[in-house]
Design a protein around this ligand. Sequence first.
Ligand SMILES: *Cc1c(COP(=O)(O)O)cnc(C)c1O
Length: 407
Amino acid sequence: MTRRWEIPPTAGLPLRWRDLLNLSGDLAPALARQFSLPLPALTCSGTAALIIALRVLQQRMPGRTRLIVPAYTCPLVALAAHYCPPLRVVPCDLQPDSIDLDERQLAQLCDESTLAVVVTHLAGRVADVDAAKRIAGAVGAAIIEDAAQAMGALDDGRSVGLKGDVGFFSMALGKGLTTAEGGVLFSRDPVLHQALHRHCRQDLPFSLRWELQRSAELWGYALLYQPRGLHYVYGNALRKALANGDEVAAVGDDFSVYDIPLHRLGGYRQKVGAAALARLPDHLQQGRVRALRRAARLNALPGVTVIMDRPGQQGTWPFLMVVMPSADTRDAAMARLWTSGLGVTRLFIHTLPGYAEVLPLLQPGGDITRAQAFAARTLSISNSHWLSDALFEQIVDQLKVIVARPD
Ligand SMILES: *Cc1c(COP(=O)(O)O)cnc(C)c1O
């Protein structure tokens, strides 16, 4: 069946025309109020926020040259090290069927040369920061909370990003609130927080060229971020990449160090973001209700599990991260659903060593077989409100057939 629409892969917050023309808001104070954060520094991307955080930490702890990150994460996280020489990235394995770092391996990898450990709130889920903090703290390494996909998530009742030394959100296209690329950077430690602000002012110059390009992209998002528009700007590119057998391009993972400009987040886009932010709490709450209902449906399928939050934690739900019983069933599901227009896709295709662009920055760590199994067995189902209950049931029906089949 060919459809002339495409459900977005994540539940991005749609923009309204009046957001583009409402110039009254101020994004940083609005974010601080909304999520009870110290007044954040705004950057041109989540990756730029991470780069600034790393540079500040390097200045405070010179001589520490290793950054430990989850082996399954956004390749941009590893590419950030290119802008922080001589930093090298050490991938750490995950716990089985989990986004949390393997504690035993993390303890083995952490030493006096470790600058920081990145804990990632992947898929909006609240990762275990406390455990990583205990292990990293023993060697004096910092904790950076990568909350790129988790703006609005609560860890023990407070915003994610406040337990570790530094936290950041992304405002890239599709990640909830968007400024067509943007980052939000903060620290609960007032001295470190001021240093982050200072470094942003120093290292991120205003760029008229980037500001014009990103503003145009933001207008494009307002116009095309709906199923009919996405059929053309997202769906066609996805199908073409898959037809060429290029899964990495299909999910937009094909990054290089040249995809990381460093400049300021312009005032106009901040105002658009501030106008849209007023609708984010309702958007996240509706998404939470929808996702929990649908996760229960999926968890009832034999051998299928959705990554959930631990008790007391309240994440956000850009999409549901589904672990299939095997790599074969995951691949069978993708063969049926990837080009269906129903918002089913994969997050990152590989673990970090699977990306050629990342390899020169990596330092071998331990065995990462569980992260590899996670990459091989997971798929994501959009939590967009455009995916109606009836369409969601079409996905469930397909998965049911696949997991019922005897191996
Ligand atoms: C998207 C993402 C980033 C990078 O954020 P950008 O704003 O795209 O630079 C970092 N970490 C994770 C887990 C992400 O998903």
